[in-house]
Structures are given as structure tokens and as C-alpha cells.
Design a protein around this ligand. Structure first.
Ligand SMILES: [Mg+2]
Length: 256
């Protein structure tokens, strides 16, 4: 776990570095708030930070406010470190968006205990984010084939229709199905039918453009939403899709 430390006092920075390294943390040192802010723009910026309240240029308090305006997930855990110990200062510090508050001189073991709270908070946030992302995927994707489900592809169609009408661009929509699919299920069983649907979507995904939306509309019905696409190009795509499905037999796991 890396921790960003911002303090304009080199002695405090050194003390923090020594303590944090002893507890097994990596330390990114910043000499002022501006330096810290620049570090926080980076892709791999730490989620845990100790900010001095009083720094020239950009104070820890202002920095906390800025960080909270960030739509970063998980939200960074901020500990304010300061010589101010009045209860009103504590309130102001926490109101700025800081999660915790430590007064100087700090006690290394207390700091470590508070950092552990921060680490637990970040871990819980990450778990919630993963669960939310997983639910979003499950709610918008077809369980069998992994492509968009009907609700998601119709939603994308609605968004794209509005956008294309505004921009006066051409949008093509293709609804198509697999002929005689019922015969596959009746002859080879539903498991083989599932294999056919999965292989079909795999082949189709290899010929459509990355920005085309492709969803399962119903059992063996599919829908394309083709943004900025003229009718002729849509016909060509449909023909490519038809041939990529019909050209090669689909081998299924379950046979008679
Ligand atoms: Mg200072």
C-alpha cells in the first residue's frame, strides 16, 4: 500500500517517511499541495494520503475539497495532519472532505491505527464497486451469449436515435434471426442450440465494428444498432454476417 504524504516541513516529511516505511508502506512525498495535486492526477495515484493543513499555495484543506469534487472511485481516504487542535478546526477539517484528522506531534502507532481504518474503508469501497459493476454487467448482458440483452440494446438504440437525429446523421438498425433454429433444438437438444447461439454471436462479433451495438433481442433474434452507417454499408455488413454463419458448420459438444 502506497501513501501520499504532503507537508511543506521537511522534518515532518522525514518523520512520516521513517514511520510509514517501518510499518511497511510505500511513501510518495510531496513538498506542497500543488505537487500533491499533480501526483493525484496520475492513473496510479495512491488512494490513501496524509495532508498537512497549512501549506503554501494549496493547503491540505483546499486540496481535500478539490479531491472530493473528483469523480474518482474508490474515493481517496484523506487524513489531515495539523498543529490546529481546536474543535472548530477539527469540524472545518472534516467538513472539507477529509476522513480523519491527526494533530502534530503525531504518534506513529496512532497514525498506523488510523491508516488501517483507511485501508479497511478503501477495501470495503472496492468490494462494493466490484459488486455494483458485476450487477451492471448482469443486468445489461445476455447470460448465455455475453452480448447485450434486449433491454440494454434497446436503450442504446434510444440514445443513438436521439443523437443521430440531433446531428442529422444516418443510423441503421438491423433485426435478424436464425432460420429453422427450432429444428436445431428439436434435433440436437437445447444444449446444442445454446452452443449454436454462442458460436453465432462469436462469429458476428468478429465482423461488426467495435462501436456497433449488438444484442440478443429474443430467443434466436438479434439486433444491430449501426451508428453513422449508410444503408448500403448496412446491407454489406448483413451479407458478411450471413456468410460468416453459413460458410462453416457449427460443431457442438452435444451430438446425437
Ligand atoms: Mg505546513
Amino acid at each position: 500500500m502506497r501513501i501520499l504524504v504532503a507537508d511543506d516541513d521537511p522534518v515532518i516529511r522525514k518523520q512520516l517517511e521513517v514511520s510509514l516505511t517501518k510499518f511497511g508502506y510505500g511513501v510518495i512525498e510531496c513538498a506542497d499541495g500543488k505537487d500533491a495535486w499533480e501526483h493525484l492526477q496520475k492513473e496510479d495515484a495512491p488512494n490513501l494520503m496524509i495532508l498537512d493543513w497549512s501549506m503554501p499555495g494549496l493547503s491540505g484543506l483546499e486540496l481535500s475539497k478539490r479531491i472530493r469534487q473528483f469523480e474518482k472511485e474508490p474515493q481517496p481516504y484523506i487524513i489531515l495532519l495539523t498543529a490546529k487542535s481546536d474543535v472548530n478546526d477539527v469540524i472545518e477539517g472534516l467538513d472539507s472532505g477529509a476522513d480523519d484528522y491527526i494533530t502534530k506531534p503525531f504518534y506513529p502507532h496512532e497514525l498506523h491505527a488510523r491508516l488501517k481504518t483507511g485501508i479497511r474503508t478503501i477495501a470495503v469501497q472496492k468490494e462494493l464497486l466490484n459488486a455494483r459493476n458485476q450487477l451492471e454487467i448482469e443486468a445489461s448482458h445476455d447470460y448465455l451469449t455475453g452480448i447485450y440483452n434486449r433491454r440494454a440494446v434497446m436503450q442504446l438504440l434510444k440514445i443513438d436515435l436521439g443523437r443521430h437525429q440531433r446531428n442529422k446523421k444516418s443510423l441503421c438498425v438491423v433485426l435478424f434471426d436464425l432460420d429453422h433454429f427450432k429444428q436445431v433444438n428439436d434435433t440436437y437438444g437445447h444444449s446444442a442450440g445454446d452452443d449454436v447461439l454462442c458460436e453465432t454471436t462469436k462469429r458476428i462479433s468478429s465482423v461488426i465494428r467495435p462501436y456497433d451495438a449488438f444484442g440478443r433481442y429474443g430467443g434466436e433474434e438479434f439486433l444491430f444498432v449501426l451508428p453513422e452507417c449508410e444503408q448500403e454499408n448496412a446491407f454489406n455488413l448483413c451479407e458478411r454476417v450471413r456468410t460468416i454463419i453459413s460458410d462453416k458448420k457449427i460443431q457442438t459438444e452435444d451430438k446425437l
